[in-house]
Write a protein that binds this ligand. Structure first.
Ligand SMILES: [Zn+2]
Length: 121
């Protein structure tokens, strides 16, 4: 499935902040407000639109600064691949959490059984 690359129009419709898949969203380290910037802003210093402080745009995981020299299609491909990996990792973490809860329950049952066993003698 091909992702449609949206036109890179300078957001004149800024009042309705639409976060695109290719946008980087991060919190301003100074005021904590959420900032959203096009992925091409990765690694650049921008001015926070809320508090005016200069903040460094984080580079998304799995993306190298050198990637910015690649053509946009290539970057998008990498970005989407990174996101898919991230989602996969999230699912794995969830599965592990579920397993952990199960193991804790088993442990607690065993501990109860041991305690009861000791109490009988
Ligand atoms: Zn700020």
């Amino acid at each position: 499935m091909a992702e449609k690359i949206q036109e890179n129009s300078v957001s004149a419709e800024a009042e309705q902040v639409e976060i695109r898949d290719t946008d980087i969203s991060f919190d301003c380290p100074n005021c904590g407000k959420q900032l959203v910037i096009d992925y091409r802003g990765a690694g650049l210093e921008i001015e926070c639109s809320f508090c005016g402080s200069h903040v460094l745009v984080p580079i998304p995981d799995g993306m190298q600064l050198a990637d910015l020299d690649l053509d946009p299609g290539e970057i998008l491909k990498q970005l989407f691949a990174t996101r898919r990996n991230y989602q996969k990792a999230e699912l794995e973490i969830q599965a592990l959490r579920t397993r952990l809860v199960q193991l804790q329950e088993t442990l607690s049952v065993m501990q109860d059984a041991i305690a009861e066993g000791l109490g009988e003698h």
